[in-house]
Ligand binder design. Structure first.
Ligand SMILES: *[C@@H]1O[C@H](CO)[C@@H](O)[C@H](O)[C@H]1NC(C)=O
Ligand SMILES: *[C@@H]1O[C@H](CO)[C@@H](O)[C@H](O)[C@H]1NC(C)=O
Ligand SMILES: *[C@@H]1O[C@H](CO)[C@@H](O)[C@H](O)[C@H]1NC(C)=O
Length: 240
């Protein structure tokens, strides 16, 4: 038996945990469920992140960084999509709008919209991220990995690795998400990290930009003039 003082402080800890939903071992929860979410479910949501590209930008954009943010409500069901996002750096002219950051901005807008499905306050929206998994077509850069840790996501799942992007010629900061995550233990959250999901599919989206021989992703073709991969629809549109 614990002495009364220890019991009281343990009780207080439980109470604080219940009130704020933050604890040193909050990650245990993420660990146990993370390992039981099936590969098929992971692939389903990575497909959704890929699908964000044509929905938000175009089928084969230069910066093919798509994101889907999901609430895995249980380990047996698929979970719910909260929002999607895609890299908008070139479209908007904002260098911080990588796919993950654009999706976080979008999700906060979706979560707090007065006429939306959630109608959360700012405080509630911040707390909601602790339940979410971020799926992204490529490993988060240090800026995005840091934002993901500040948000306190429960999980982060990526397809193509930073090492592969570098191999394909992408100018990248040579710092893996794993390193950022490992050095973020002073933040009061734990984010499970999983890489390589559907990379066999997403690698094609990143191989052509800095490589003349790189084939275009499915449904897209090289435009002779610009050297860019364009979707059939887009090049017809361009010819007009
Ligand atoms: C489980 O979560 C804890 C944080 O609560 C973390 O320190 C540990 O590395 C995680 N273990 C695994 C296998 O992911
Ligand atoms: C996410 O799922 C949990 C159940 O696991 C639920 O309690 C929570 O309200 C959900 N969050 C949102 C924003 O729907
Ligand atoms: C924001 O997410 C919603 C819900 O998934 C989606 O319909 C919308 O296209 C997204 N907007 C942007 C700009 O990504």
């Amino acid at each position: 038996m614990w002495p009364p003082v220890a019991r009281a402080s343990f009780g207080l800890m439980i109470l604080i945990t219940a009130l704020y939903g933050v604890s040193a071992n909050g990650g245990d929860h993420a660990n146990s469920s993370s390992s039981t979410i099936s590969p098929a479910t992971r692939e389903h949501w990575m497909q959704r992140a890929i699908q964000a590209l044509p929905e938000v930008v175009s089928p084969c954009p230069f910066g093919a960084f798509g994101t889907a943010i999901v609430n895995h409500t249980s380990t047996t069901e698929l979970g719910n999509l909260i929002c999607i996002g895609a890299n908008l750096v070139r479209d908007i002219g904002n260098p911080t709008l990588h796919g993950e950051i654009a999706a976080i901005n979008n999700c906060t807008a979706v979560l707090t919209a007065p006429d939306g499905p959630y109608k959360l306050t700012a405080t509630e929206a911040l707390a909601a991220y602790k339940d979410f998994t971020l799926y992204t077509t490529a490993e988060p850069c240090p800026m995005c990995a840091t934002a993901i840790r500040h948000a306190g996501f429960r999980e982060c799942v990526y397809a193509t690795s930073i090492d592969t992007l570098i191999e394909y010629g992408w100018p990248q900061l040579d710092l893996r998400s794993k390193e950022i995550f490992e050095r973020s233990t002073r933040l009061k959250s734990y984010t499970y990290l999983l890489g390589g999901v559907l990379e066999s599919q997403t690698n094609a989206y990143f191989r052509w930009q800095f490589n003349d021989d790189g084939a275009c992703p499915g449904g897209c073709e090289r435009d002779e003039g610009s050297g860019q991969c364009l979707s059939g629809l887009f090049s017809v549109h361009n010819d007009l």
